[in-house]
Design a protein around this ligand. Sequence first.
Ligand SMILES: [Mg+2]
Length: 439
Amino acid sequence: MSSDRETFSHFEVSDVRFPTSRDQDGSDAMNRDPDYSAAYVTVYTTAGASGNGFVFTIGRGNEVEVAAIRAVEQLVVGLEVDEVLADMGAFWRLLTHDSQLRWLGPEKGVMHMAIGAVVNAVWDLYAKREKMPLWQLLSGFSPQKIVDLIDFRHLTDQLTPEEALAILEKVEGGRERRTQELLENGYPAYTTSAGWIGYSDDKVTKLVHQALDDGFTHLKFKVGGDIEDDLRRVGMVRELVGPDVRLSVDANQVWDVNEAIDNVRQLAVHDIYWVEEPTSPDDVLGFGEISRAVGPIKVATGEHVANRVMFKQFLSSGAIDVCQIDACRVAGVNENIAILLMAAKFQIPVCPHAGGVGLCEIVQHLSMFDYVAVSADIDEHWIEFVDHLHEHFVDPVEVVQGRYRAPRYAGSGASMHAESVKDFGYPQGAKWNEMTNSF
Ligand SMILES: [Mg+2]
């Protein structure tokens, strides 16, 4: 063993929280007062290189994610960096299959999300090392190299490595053209910025006009409060936008299955495009019932779907029409690629969840990779856009005329400004001190 081999040396982990609940930004029927937060990790190597990742939470409990990321640190420190980057599939399995940590899930919740933050941080480091945006790094991998990133355990009844390879090989020839197309035209976005449940009618009206002026043709609104009020608010928005703009609604899990069916049927008078999270994210059978009952309105979910095995059931059973991957819910890039491949097999469009801090920044890379190398499809595909907190990121998203510009910087977009991490550090940061003193 030579002394100059580069290994992972240590993690820096920070509890970063933004006081978004004060203005009801991000509020919905289930989550009334979110403080958008990140358990933010920097993974360092002995040569001084680093990569960033995070778990998104909505406030209380962010310290639990910080502790969970710390629990992963001992598995990573000492590993040789080149060996890890040469076989990211093996790295993913090393973390996810650690039997003692796995007991805390398995493969779901706090520990799984913490592993996702670490996996994503190492992908960030990898892309920075290659001086490429993450989406282009992944899009340059051979079909076999992409397949090798995936753990097929518990998937092979619906997706085998051979099928995955065939999906990737079928569209390999058009990669260059689709890459150019993204660099020139970007990727479609829809906006949730006008739609938070805690906003007044005046504020919603102002933000809807703003969204139309900004070129958006698809808007999403929170429902799941009193149904009469939902009908009134969605009706008001339909009046404002006219017949040609797509309107989707999001109930954030609050309804029971039959209640969801009744309510969506009532909301249908306002021409709804998709209903998101009508019920529990664990209820595959319930989603199937809702989906069959409310068509042609589409049923969407994913931001709280715990892992690829749950996605397998939603996708293969026809329980959802729109697949909403989340960059920070499952265990990082590798697991999301497995989900992209299953969505491609079952021909279900992937429209990522990105309402949160930093989720837009990361997940755009997965959608662009999906278009270039996996689904090769962009019709009826949108990445969610929420216009909050981008200023805290070194490479904030650029959304112009309702489309994400393709990132050209090196990395995954996950790096926050050092001052933001410091000032919004919880509870000791200067911004939290100011607020405590002002009460
Ligand atoms: Mg949602």
